[in-house]
Design a protein around this ligand. Structure first.
Ligand code: PFF
Length: 461
């Protein structure tokens, strides 16, 4: 029998460790901060429906494809792809797809540490009773002042950055795995407490129908692209992360089952967060299309009014920080693994190099909310451009390439062997979706966004 390869970076100690780490990566700011605000900006129900369809027909198969690449390649994303391209006799140019993924995760991380810093800061701010009895204006003004104070933001994002670096420097088992083993159960317990609390108060009806009652007149082509991009973002796809984590996956673990578990857990957390947040937004007459400030400028109003609000508010921001942290470490791993392999340096050195670049780039996002707020390219700030470029362009494109690579470039025997599903309908469905459905869907969304259908009298934008 062929000797199975091992990653030089180590291996998860069990299937559970992988599921915790992959779910930890998937569940993050994307679920609790971004999903609610983009749903608010894109009109609610119809957007959510498109997002759910994207998760189901594109997210799950692409996640399987990425874990498969990682486990078979057993290296950082670009080196795994190079190895598999060779195995398949496919052109080496495919390696660029790995480089693009690593770049995407690194760019995302530069703004991720900043927003995660807001979450950590808000633990202290909420715990100290700042919002008790505060009016909507006062809470909003507090957030504006908070964003304007760039040295404060630098302090908080530096703290998150250092925590991320120290954890990743610890390696797969002593760093990544140890962190997720504590933080993920902690996050889950807090989420359940908050949901229990939310269920026992207020009315859900308005928030519920905003999330689940589709009104297609409110959905634009841009909204569909945002939903697709977010499906990739929230599942940590097309950014090399699932390839990197897959490289540490034990041989006997089912890639299909673990992918379904991770996708289901991620979706559940996003919907629960929406159900907790929107009723509050409506109850206080706040603006659903507020944007990135939604949970920071609105939720504290409710925490300031409700019984035990300081306690629950503090718990909320602890949960958000935990969720963000387990994603931040995953966002650094592809870059660090790649540097270690490419330049034959120690993990520590790779962490120091990437950490320095990360810190400098993160300042761009910090200043996007103060000094540089008026400096715009394509009508967007530095932060908004990074977000747009990664989520709406690099990730969907990366997803298209993952589908192309696993279903067209790789040999069928290789993918079948690695997924271990034999000739089952699950395998043939996966392959069919990756060969035709996912690529066609992604291309259509891109073309619609570019207005390509206007020539046929169809205006989707
Ligand atoms: N999935 C994370 C979230 O929803 O917050 C963000 C993320 C992590 C995106 C890792 C991409 C990635 F590779």
């Amino acid at each position: 029998m062929e000797e199975k390869r091992q990653s030089v970076h180590g291996q998860w100690s069990s299937r559970t460790a992988f599921v915790l780490a992959a779910t930890g990566s998937a569940v993050g700011l994307g679920n609790i901060w971004k999903f609610p605000y983009i749903t608010g900006q894109n009109g609610g129900g119809a957007f959510v429906l498109v997002y759910l369809i994207c998760i189901l027909i594109i997210g799950i198969p692409v996640m399987m494809g990425e874990i498969l690449i990682g486990r078979r390649g057993r290296q950082s994303p670009s080196h795994s792809i190079a190895y598999l391209a060779k195995e398949a006799g496919a052109p080496r140019i495919w390696t660029l797809m790995g480089i693009m993924g690593i770049s995407a995760s690194f760019l995302i991380l530069t703004f991720y540490v900043v927003i995660a810093g807001w979450a950590v800061a808000y633990i202290i701010v909420t715990a100290s009773g700042t919002f008790t009895g505060a009016s909507a204006e006062a809470v909003g003004a507090y957030f504006d002042d908070f964003l304007a104070d760039s040295s404060g933001l630098i302090f908080w994002s530096t703290l998150v950055t250092l925590g991320t670096l120290v954890t990743v420097a610890g390696g797969v088992r002593k760093g990544l795995e140890r962190a997720v083993t504590w933080l993920m159960p902690g996050m889950l317990v807090i989420l359940l407490i908050l949901v229990g609390y939310a269920l026992s108060t207020g009315s859900f009806i308005e928030g519920f129908s905003f999330l689940f009652k589709p009104d297609f007149t409110k959905l634009s082509a841009d909204g569909v692209l945002v939903a697709l991009g977010h499906a990739f973002f929230t599942l940590s796809l097309a950014s090399g992360v699932m390839i990197a984590y897959g490289a540490y996956l034990p041989e006997d673990t089912s890639i299909f089952q673990t992918s379904v578990i991770v996708c289901a857990a991620d979706t559940a957390v996003a919907l629960i967060a929406g159900l907790a947040i929107f009723p509050i937004v409506f109850a206080y007459g706040l603006d659903v299309s507020e944007g990135p400030g939604l949970i920071f400028a609105t939720l504290p109003i409710a925490f300031g009014q409700m019984p035990f609000g300081t306690f629950f508010g503090t718990l909320f921001f602890i949960m958000l920080s935990f969720a963000a942290f387990t994603s931040a470490i995953s966002l650094l791993e592809p870059t660090v693994a790649w540097i270690v392999e490419r330049f034959s340096v120690t993990r520590l050195r790779a962490v120091v190099i990437s950490g320095t670049v990360l810190w400098v780039l993160s300042l761009g996002t910090v200043f996007s909310f103060s000094k540089w707020a008026e400096i715009k390219l394509f009508g967007r700030t530095f932060f908004a451009n990074l977000d747009y470029l990664t989520a709406n362009i690099m990730l969907p494109l990366g997803g298209l390439l993952v589908a192309g690579f696993t279903a067209w470039a790789m040999k069928e025997s290789a993918t079948r062997d690695e997924l271990g599903l034999g000739d089952s309908p699950v395998y043939s469905t996966w392959r069919f979706v990756m060969r035709y459905i996912a690529p066609v869907a992604i291309v259509i969304v891109f073309l619609a966004k570019l207005g390509a259908f206007k020539h046929f009298g169809i205006d989707l934008s």
